[in-house]
Structures are given as C-alpha cells and as structure tokens.
Design a protein around this ligand. Structure first.
Ligand code: PEP
Length: 256
C-alpha cells in the first residue's frame, strides 16, 4: 500500500508449547536484520498463556517486534469465567488484539455486534484491534463477496469513532483461503481491500481511510507475499500457518 507502513502479523492460533514460543520469537528476531525490521512492522500473536514470556523477551532484549492477543472479552472485568479482558492484555503490554477471526466467528458463534463490542473494548484500553472480515466459499462462488464483506465490516465497526478508526487495522481473510493453501489472487485481494477502503472513506472520511492499514490473510507464505503486498490497497498480511516457521515468516517480512 502507498504511504502506509507494512504490517506483518503472525497469528499462532492454538499452537506451540512454551519453549517453542520463546524459541520462535528469538529466531524471528535473529533472522531479521534491523533494516528489515524497520521496513515493516512485525507483530506476533501468541496464545494468551505465552504473552508474559513474549513480553519478557521483547522488553528484556528490546526487540523491534510487537505482540498482541488473538481475542479479548467485550467486558473489562467481572464474572466472565475463562475470558481475558482488555485491561489484562494492556498490563501484559499488548499493542494489538485480533477481533472477529473467522475461527472465532465459527467456533464461538461470534456475530458482528459482539465483534464490534470487542473492538470498542480494545480501544477503551489502548489496544489496537485487528478486525477480521471475509466471505465463506459459497458466497464467493455466488459472486456476492464484496457486499458480504462490506456488510460484515459495517456491523463490526458499530460504535467505533473516527478518532479511533485512525489506528484501526482491518484484515481481509476469505474463509476458503485460511489454512487451505489456496491463496486469493493478488487481483482478488486488491479488489476487496480497495472496496473496504472505499467503505471506510464513506463511513469515516477519506483522510482516515488513507491511513488505515488493510491486511490480506489466507495462506500467505514467503513465495506469494511480495505479489500481494505490492497491491495498492494491501498493506501487509495476517499470517497463520507460515508464522510458525521463523524462516518462512522472515521471508514474508522481507517481501514488504
Ligand atoms: C489466519 O489464521 O489468520 C490465517 C490467515 O491462517 P493461514 O495463513 O494459515 O491461512
């Protein structure tokens, strides 16, 4: 994307043990040269249980890597057994939190209203949401993907102010491309990311839409990242599987 700093975020999902998590952050930091870490913003999104260790590594070694969580509660505290709040994540130094990932929408029946409440909770505690949207395969086959994604975007941004939106990150992740090895073509990714930016301009204003980073996610790897990232409205990637491999993840970062 033009003028926006490329963001490459690694969504580890529910993977790795404690030692592997530490080793992966160290490898990423060692593999990437300072200039490469300067060229793109690099973020890891470990399971909640590894956030403290990642925080210790990043702070202790002053690594130029950011980190965040994969989800948060819409509530800030209280009787919500098993949930993790924005204040808890803020205390762990999280800069980012994913909201509305398709796996959470599917596994936990999260709808757009809940996703919007989570995005508002993130902002309330100084954490930037990475808001995921994307169509399932039948919607794409029917040719309704643009309308579907824009409706999801609208619903998931309910109550977000123009000032908050300045730091927003949106991730376009077609469900049929996540974890399948089937990447959207650069042309298809650009089509939807441009439509998302257009809707953000209508909803907020053109200046805000011009600074919001829109990522593509869905089977991004070292071999396809460069073509995706050079699309004018694609400002980086949300990377699942390939983010667990330090070498491939570093190659994706170098594609920025
Ligand atoms: C994701 O989980 O956000 C994702 C894009 O996964 P993958 O890269 O494995 O398709």
């Amino acid at each position: 994307g033009t003028g926006r700093r490329t963001l490459v975020a690694g969504n580890w999902k529910m993977n790795l043990n404690h030692l592997e998590a530490i080793a992966l952050v160290q490898k990423i930091a060692f593999d990437l040269k300072p200039v490469e870490l300067d060229n793109a913003e690099v973020v890891v999104l470990p399971p909640f249980t590894d956030l403290r260790s990642v925080q210790t590594l990043v702070d202790g070694d002053r690594l130029a890597i950011g980190y965040g969580a994969q989800d948060l509660s819409p509530h800030s505290s209280g009787a919500h057994t098993g949930d993790i709040s924005g204040p808890l994540l803020a205390r762990l130094g999280c800069s980012y939190v994913v909201v509305g990932h398709s796996e959470r929408r599917a596994d936990h029946h999260e709808d757009d209203a809940l996703v919007a409440a989570k995005a508002r909770a993130a902002y309330a505690h100084g954490i930037t949401p990475i808001l995921c949207v994307g169509e399932p395969e039948p919607v794409r086959v029917a040719g309704d993907h643009v309308a579907y994604v824009l409706a999801q975007l609208d619903g998931s941004l309910d109550g977000i102010t123009l000032e908050q939106a300045r730091t927003l990150v949106v991730a376009y992740e077609p469900v049929w491309a996540i974890g399948t090895g089937r990447t959207a073509s650069a042309h298809d990714a650009q089509e939807i990311c441009a439509a998302i930016r257009g809707r953000l301009a209508e909803r907020f204003d053109a200046g805000v839409a011009a600074v919001i980073r829109i990522l593509y996610g869905g089977s991004v790897k070292g071999s396809n990242a460069a073509e995706l990232f050079t699309q004018p409205d694609v400002d980086g990637g949300l990377v699942g599987g390939a983010s667990l491999d330090a070498v491939d993840f570093a190659a994706i970062v170098r594609s920025a």
